[in-house]
Design a protein around this ligand. Structure first.
Ligand SMILES: Cc1cc2nc3c(=O)[nH]c(=O)nc-3n(C[C@H](O)[C@H](O)[C@H](O)COP(=O)(O)OP(=O)(O)OC[C@H]3O[C@@H](n4cnc5c(N)ncnc54)[C@H](O)[C@@H]3O)c2cc1C
Length: 487
């Protein structure tokens, strides 16, 4: 397995990234068809190109994106940094913000997402090493170097399928559907079952499995963490319908570029080699590696940075269409635009607050964002992004439907379109394109998927807002109340 060979690429170009997807033996199914080259498939190539652009950016803007690998001396992406200061956090965030701006927050799982996760896991190898899991901890550290120094794109899959959420994994469908260990093999372990979703599956080099929910202590066979190449025998990916629309980007500016795709993962007796196993059978440690590594604070740093860019984009869309139709003259539309802006500004403030309050974790060099604003935002963002979509719909009215295609624009009715589709301060083409862009955000299949993603990708908002209450410091607030109860 490649972790042992220390021949490395360093930061890759877009072309190198695309070449890496070509011709491997991954079993990826899309609408009944086995896809052999995701980068060239008409329903996937738009997103592949956008991701390639993310790889190219690191060479075009090395000051933002590159750092020296502590092991190879090569240039590698800065989002792999094991942060040891507030400056490290800020630098990492600046790179993620640049990526999120480039993809206008529409691609939730650009590779930086998992770069943060594994950097955090490697920084907290001490937690992974608990209860005799030293080998697993060593594998995590080596794996993080491998993905950093080879600039890998990872997908991950944490949640078991929705068979019966009211009972534990072991009690659903005879315990056979959820991903579980079957047996030890000569070279590692054999795993079987399925996981519900892996976003980015067509565009990933490797698949990571790590804890996404708590397990009962007796359910040890479900407590497994590892990372393996997408082409590992027995791995099968079944994609949802493509929402990519490969007509002219004039018609579908977002759907032609940013469908990052989601796939169910089936593990049909997959052998995980020993050096890729991070945890094997310890349900207690399975819970602790998420809570005790400060993973939550690190991953929300990436997630809220992307959300900030997405809300900026939403505000930009709202303002643009309101200005084109002149409705921003009305105070209640201004109020809606003000609400949109407030969400993006509070997101920015939450990120800055988390960085300002960052600290060195006890017993470790890991530098951790202050998670309080992140815990709050994690519960609010699944409500805010759908609210931003609702606000844009209320600002745009029926304009989203008055949107002829590029073929119409270039056809015999051009003169009519120029006259009847013009805006307050711009010609018909600009107005039509703005409303088509807005619809791709609020109403197309990709727009709907984006809304669902924001509601659920970090677990559901209901549980996250409840978690905010559970984690909240209640001492000072109750002291304020206590004064009036005891005088
Ligand atoms: C577009 C998209 C992309 C995703 N990409 C990934 C990915 O790349 N990798 C990955 O690992 N996951 C991914 N996910 C999955 C995501 O992690 C889950 O959707 C999320 O954890 C919620 O779980 P669920 O979808 O199974 O919903 P469920 O947990 O089944 O929830 C459905 C409803 O039931 C309620 N409910 C369920 N259980 C309970 C309970 N115990 N108590 C109270 N209420 C409950 C919920 O509040 C919700 O209202 C993705 C999801 C989406 C929508």
């Amino acid at each position: 397995m490649a972790t042992e060979t220390r021949e490395t690429t360093g930061a890759r170009t877009g072309e190198q990234f695309l070449a890496g997807l070509r011709g491997d033996e991954r079993e990826l199914w899309l609408e009944g068809e086995k896809v052999t080259d995701p980068a060239a498939h008409p329903k996937l190539e738009g997103a592949a190109r956008s991701l390639a652009r993310v790889f190219d950016l690191q060479h075009e803007e090395p000051d933002t994106f590159l750092m020296e690998s502590p092991d190879t001396g090569q240039s590698v992406n800065v989002t792999h940094v094991l942060p040891k200061s507030r400056e490290d956090l800020e630098r990492r965030r600046a790179a993620s913000k640049r990526i999120a701006d480039e993809t206008v927050g529409m691609m939730g799982r650009t590779p930086d997402y998992l770069n943060y996760t594994f950097a955090n896991f490697a920084a907290r190898a001490d937690v992974w090493a608990r209860y005799g899991n030293e080998d697993g901890a060593r594998n995590v550290v080596e794996y993080q170097k491998h993905m950093r120094d080879n600039d890998l794109s990872l997908t991950h899959t944490l949640i078991n399928p929705q068979v019966d959420r009211s009972v534990a994994e072991a009690e659903q469908a005879g315990g056979e559907v959820s991903l579980h260990k079957v047996e030890d093999t000569e070279n590692g372990i054999l795993v079987r079952g399925a996981r519900m979703l892996a976003t980015l599956a067509p565009f990933a080099d490797e698949l990571a499995v790590y804890p996404g929910s708590d397990l009962r202590l007796q359910d040890a066979r479900y407590a497994i963490c590892f990372a393996i190449p997408m082409s590992t025998p027995g791995l099968k990916f079944i994609c949802r319908d493509s929402f990519s629309v490969q007509r002219d980007p004039w018609d579908h500016p977002l759907s032609s570029r940013f469908d990052e795709m989601d796939a169910v993962v089936i593990f049909d007796d997959v052998e995980v080699p020993r050096d890729r196993i991070f945890l094997d059978g310890d349900a207690k440690l399975h819970s602790e590696v998420i809570t005790d590594t400060h993973w939550r604070a690190h991953i929300i740093h990436q997630a809220m940075t992307r959300a900030w860019a997405k809300l900026e984009f939403a505000f930009g869309i709202g303002h643009t269409i309101a200005d084109l139709t002149g409705v921003n003259a009305f105070d209640h539309v201004q109020e809606k635009l003000g609400e949109l802006w407030s969400m993006l500004e509070l997101t920015r403030a939450g990120i800055v607050a988390a960085e300002a309050g960052s600290f060195q974790a006890e017993g470790s060099e890991d530098w951790v964002p202050d998670e309080r604003s992140f815990v709050a935002l994690r519960g609010l963002m699944p409500k805010w992004v759908p609210r931003s979509i609702e606000l844009i719909q209320l600002i745009g009215g029926g304009g989203f439907m008055a949107t002829p295609s590029k073929a119409d624009w270039e056809g015999p009715l051009r003169a009519d379109i120029e006259k009847y589709f013009q805006g307050r301060n711009a010609g018909a083409e600009r107005k039509i394109r703005a409303f088509r862009l807005a619809w791709d955000f609020v109403g197309s299949s990709l727009g709907g998927r984006g809304e669902l993603y924001e509601r659920f990708y970090l677990s559901d908002s209901f549980r996250m807002t409840a978690l905010a209450y559970l984690l909240a410091d209640k001492d000072h607030p109750t002291e304020l109340v206590e004064r009036f109860l005891t005088d």
